[in-house]
Design a protein around this ligand. Structure first.
Ligand code: FAD
Length: 408
């Protein structure tokens, strides 16, 4: 029997601690917060999108090629079915939505039930869970980590698993400081970078708060007339300060990279320009007396339609028969490339996941052991792994946590 310290009682740390204890080790799980799983409790808007349904190969395809290569052994060792099986044992029933996202059966506070299930598993396996215990440093000199420092002293162990998460939502306990300590020990670490975050705009539209643009594509350009850098098909929702919603979250990482690179401009495509040109021509000949605004209202939300027409310099009563070539082009562009403007800095703190962390090349994917170290392991969001919205990030935390607990 060996002694194992696991730092961080989130998704990865709880699974790692449970697995190491089930293998017969004496496990201490240290958590800075007063209770475990604080980020899990707010995940999926409090419902917790636990994982994604489907073969693990398909889940891996949602990550970048490099990240997928790293995650492959862990994803096959502890699959989405394994996670759901474990939860089912604890009475948490789940279902997959049409889009593949897996949630507990709809009940108020379902994320809390997921946390309670993991907490039970951890305690039943004999793990000593210490809440309110923030570690302040590592006792380490390559190739060994002998333990951790706490405010009240040091704690030693035969192996240390770090599962301290990313650097977003610091109010959930994740401040990212452990990555800095690892870097100081010579472990390669990529800087924290915002991902899956809402995007503040230089010129927000607070009057449109809550309005959604649906079924189109969010485009990112290197400046208003610049080349197209990235696009994501999906909805956006206006907030007081900018935009949120699936497409905004998914594109936030590229938006921040473009912004730091010198120029970024966002636009929303409700439809393709070629289709619109044909449609407008059909309207001009088929319905010459129809007001342009009513055509626009079929594509743009009501609250946006009038102001957009005005901003484009088109009179509200403009009819198709009087539409000039220039006005037709303006109208087309409005729908094919509705300008949202330049983004402001995307805040790291509001990302559903933080990109960056311990570089995957520095970690053995079959054990989660940090290369060059005998007994130091990392897992979960502390790794430089970030997937899209849809349950992928929690699956990555569960799978890598399992492998770390199985290897320590
Ligand atoms: C609002 C929101 C919604 C989300 N929704 C989903 C979703 O529905 N589905 C999905 O797949 N992903 C979702 N995510 C992402 C997902 O929650 C995370 O990727 C995942 O929780 C990471 O797990 P982890 O165990 O690595 O880290 P965490 O769950 O963040 O756990 C890390 C733990 O380490 C503790 N800790 C940190 N530093 C120290 C220290 N020095 N000493 C002691 N303890 C420390 C922290 O307090 C924390 O409890 C969401 C994220 C957010 C912010």
């Amino acid at each position: 029997m060996a002694s194992v310290i696991v730092v961080g009682a989130g998704a990865a740390g709880m699974v790692a601690a449970w697995r190491a204890a089930r293998r017969g080790h004496a496990v201490t799980l240290l958590e800075a917060n007063g209770k475990p799983g604080v980020k899990l409790r707010i995940s999926g808007g409090g419902k917790c999108n636990i994982t994604h349904a489907g073969p693990m190969k398909a889940l891996l395809a949602a990550f970048s090629a490099e990240q997928a290569r790293f995650l492959r052994p862990a994803f096959h060792r502890f699959t989405n079915e394994d996670v759901l099986g474990l939860l089912a044992q604890r009475g948490v029933e789940t279902y997959a939505r049409e889009n593949g996202r897996v949630f507990p059966l709809d009940q108020p506070g379902s994320a809390v039930r997921v946390v309670a299930a993991f907490e039970d598993l951890v305690r039943e396996a004999g793990v000593e869970l210490r809440s309110g215990a923030r570690i302040t440093g590592l006792s380490a000199r390559a190739p060994r980590c002998s333990g951790v420092s706490l405010e009240e002293g040091r704690l030693e162990a035969d192996a240390v698993i770090l599962a301290t998460g990313g650097a977003s939502y610091p109010e959930t306990g994740t401040r990212g400081e452990v990555a800095g300590w690892l870097q100081a020990l010579g472990v390669p670490v990529a800087p924290w970078f915002p991902a899956l975050a809402p995007i503040p705009l230089v010129t927000p539209q607070p009057a449109w708060e809550g309005v959604a643009f649906r079924d189109g594509t969010l485009h990112l350009r290197a400046g208003r007339e610049g080349r197209r850098l990235a696009a994501f098909a999906g909805d956006i929702v206006f907030t007081k300060t900018g935009i949120s919603g699936p497409a905004a979250l998914e594109l936030s990482r590229e938006v921040e990279a473009a912004r730091r690179g010198g120029g970024a401009f966002l636009a929303y495509a409700f439809a393709a320009e070629a289709d619109l040109a044909a449609d407008l021509e059909a309207m001009r000949t088929g319905h010459p007396h129809l007001a342009v605004q009513s055509w626009l209202a079929r594509r743009l939300p009501d609250r946006v339609c009038g102001p957009a027409l005005q901003a484009a310099g088109l009179p509200p009563q403009q009819r198709f028969k009087d539409l000039t070539r220039e006005q037709a082009r303006t109208l087309r562009t409005l729908v094919a490339e509705f300008p949202l403007g330049a983004p402001q800095a995307v805040p790291l703190s509001r990302g559903e996941v933080a990109a960056g962390g311990v570089r995957t090349a520095a970690v053995d994917p079959r054990t989660m052991r940090v290369r060059g170290w005998d007994n130091l392991f990392v897992c979960g969001e502390l790794l430089d792994v970030d997937g899209p919205v849809g349950g992928y990030n929690l699956q990555a935390a569960f799978s890598t946590g399992f492998v770390a607990g199985d290897s320590a």
